[in-house]
Ligand binder design. Structure first.
Ligand SMILES: Cc1ncc(C[n+]2csc(CCOP(=O)(O)OP(=O)(O)O)c2C)c(N)n1
Length: 344
């Protein structure tokens, strides 16, 4: 029913060519238009992240920000959801929001604790955007896996063909919540795509030091679902790996597990202590920056030209400047609002 693709975590050359989940079936590449859109979403995400980092640096964002810089290949998964699909994520990656249509103004407002934020200033960096089907993360790692099961069960009961894309880090893969949720999802044939962004580290712990098997895709065997691992820095490979899993989930055949081998180019959290990873290792992965390599491919294939590259970067920068200004100018909630939206 499934196959495995081996790969170690930290060697940038580790990823072998991934076969389609259905063996010989070839998944069509995204169209030129889709590729251009994926690229734009990746650039917007990077621009958002850079702005967020600059706001942490000047203490405008309380606490930290978990940057997804380097992991933008995940756009290949998030970017092909339908607007009515659902998503749960870890704590990393502005792409989870921007490729789903979230307004960066409301995201920055939320990070700054403002009333105009997508959680009315009460979520902070624990972002959710229910209007765009993003049911957030849990403060407890792996805590959102049962939420994904709940969402998928609701879809099943209502009889729709929506799917749930549930992102998690390899650190969350060893939580009991993740295992229980995967087991239930298979038994109930729930429409979930489990997507592990394996960036090689949980906090400062290398995956090999905390996981009995750092090839997370192989968990799929234990829970009887199709599974595959791909180069998470290659947005097209991500797109192609996720495509059949979405089709399978939509047609009621149940969950799949896809592991993206990737790397975060920033520390675990912005402003939350030194990065203990080796500078050589970070440099090696910088050379595999997912945006840069995708841009090269698009330029070589004539899907993008230098002028468009400039324009896309400029527009993304301006959009995030505008979003930041909106957030800065927005009011804080009134103290009484702390008692609204409570679940009791
Ligand atoms: C149950 C639980 N244990 C520990 C933590 C503290 N914690 C926050 S993030 C993190 C590492 C998560 O690693 P991973 O899931 O791989 O995601 P990544 O940060 O690499 O994207 C830890 C241990 C937590 N939030 N919840």
């Amino acid at each position: 029913m499934s196959h495995r693709i081996a790969g170690s975590n930290l060697n940038p050359t580790h990823t072998r060519r991934a076969k389609s989940r259905r063996g010989e079936e070839k998944v069509p590449e995204p169209s030129n238009e889709q590729m251009l859109d994926l690229y734009i979403q990746m650039v917007r995400s990077r621009a958002f992240e850079e702005m967020a980092i600059s706001l942490v640096d000047v203490c405008r964002i309380p606490g930290s920000w978990m940057s997804g810089i380097g992991q933008e290949g995940t756009v290949g998964a998030v970017g092909q959801l339908r607007p009515d699909d659902y998503l749960t994520y870890t704590h990393r990656g502005a792409y989870c929001f921007l490729s789903r249509g979230s307004d960066p103004k409301r995201l920055f407002a939320e990070l700054l604790g403002k009333r105009t934020g997508c959680c009315r200033g009460k979520g902070g960096r624990h972002l959710a955007d229910v209007e765009h089907g993003i049911f957030g993360k849990s403060g407890s790692i792996g805590g959102h896996a049962p939420i994904a099961v709940g969402l998928a069960t609701a879809i099943q009961i209502r009889g729709g063909d929506q799917v749930v894309l549930s992102l998690f880090g390899e650190g969350a893969s060893n939580r009991g919540t993740t295992h229980t949720s995967m087991n239930m999802a298979t038994i109930w044939r729930l429409p979930i795509i489990w997507l592990c962004e394996n960036n090689g580290y949980a906090g400062s712990s290398p995956a090999a030091a905390i996981l009995a098997n750092a090839d997370v895709a192989e968990m799929g065997s234990a829970y009887g679902m199709p599974h595959t691992a791909v180069d998470g820095n290659d947005v097209i490979k991500v797109f192609e790996a996720v495509r059949p899993a979405i089709i399978r989930a939509r047609s009621g055949e149940g969950p799949s597990l896809i592991e993206l081998k990737t790397y975060r180019l920033r520390p675990f959290g912005e402003g939350s202590g030194p990065d203990r990873r080796s500078p050589d290792e970070i440099e090696a992965w910088k050379r595999r920056d997912p945006i840069r390599s995708f841009r090269r491919r698009l330029l070589a294939r004539g899907i993008l030209n230098d002028e468009q590259v400039e324009k896309i970067a400029h527009e993304a920068g301006r959009e995030m400047e505008g979003a930041r200004a909106f957030a800065e100018e927005s009011p804080f909630p009134d103290p009484e609002e702390a008692f609204e939206d409570l679940y009791a």
